[in-house]
Write a protein that binds this ligand. Sequence first.
Ligand code: UDP
Length: 238
Amino acid sequence: MGNLKYKRVLLKISGEALMGEQSFGIDQKMVARVAAEIAEVRALGAEVCVVIGGGNIFRGVSVAAKGGDRVRGDHMGMLATVMNCLAMTNALEDIDIDAVPMSAIAMDEICEPFTQRNAKAYLEAGKVVLFAAGTGNPFVTTDSGAALRAAEMQCDAVLKGTQVDGVYSADPHKDPDAIRYESISYNEVLKQGLKVMDAAAISLAQEANIPIIVYSMHEPNGLVEILQGRGRATVVSG
Ligand code: UDP
């Protein structure tokens, strides 16, 4: 446990990361893979909380784009995140990791309501806590939910797994001149409009002084190395 740079972390996983090769929904193989990585870092003594997006199932903006009610669309998006959290809870339990899904929207029969106090107690008891339904409010995304819960849980870092190994000045898959940052400030990310997390989430992380660590989800042992402070990643901080 002593060799961990970040002891209590919040892992933000986009819904799309759970699609795998599919174009929609949940690929159980991907969910199992992420669960196995969480188990590895739990074994090192890390306290892990998880926020999963819902983009693999539903996003509120898709309703708004067709002239529908954004708020109701966002409610549907938040329900999508609950489904993803339940799938991840199952996958964690399958490998004997204690996991507790907590929802920002009351749905007692399915998962318990989020309270900061109970969530902290679960983390301290070594359980993985999954924060479902984002912030519980429309007009924001699960990035904001991740930053908010990380602040409430006093996490040492938000870990954002992506398709590439850090933050670039442009999409490295499209622009061969894209520059990769080893570290970058919150203000610079906001100023350049870099696609790390949405602006509200960056500001919240800045306010709470929690670094955001952007790393590749495709690196074997990636998560373990990040927690040990030696993985290839971009650190967004100060
Ligand atoms: N959402 C919301 N409030 C929140 C979090 C999520 O309204 O606090 C809705 C919103 O419609 C969003 C959808 O849930 O588009 C899925 O979340 P997100 O887009 O963040 O998923 P990701 O892109 O990470 O898969």
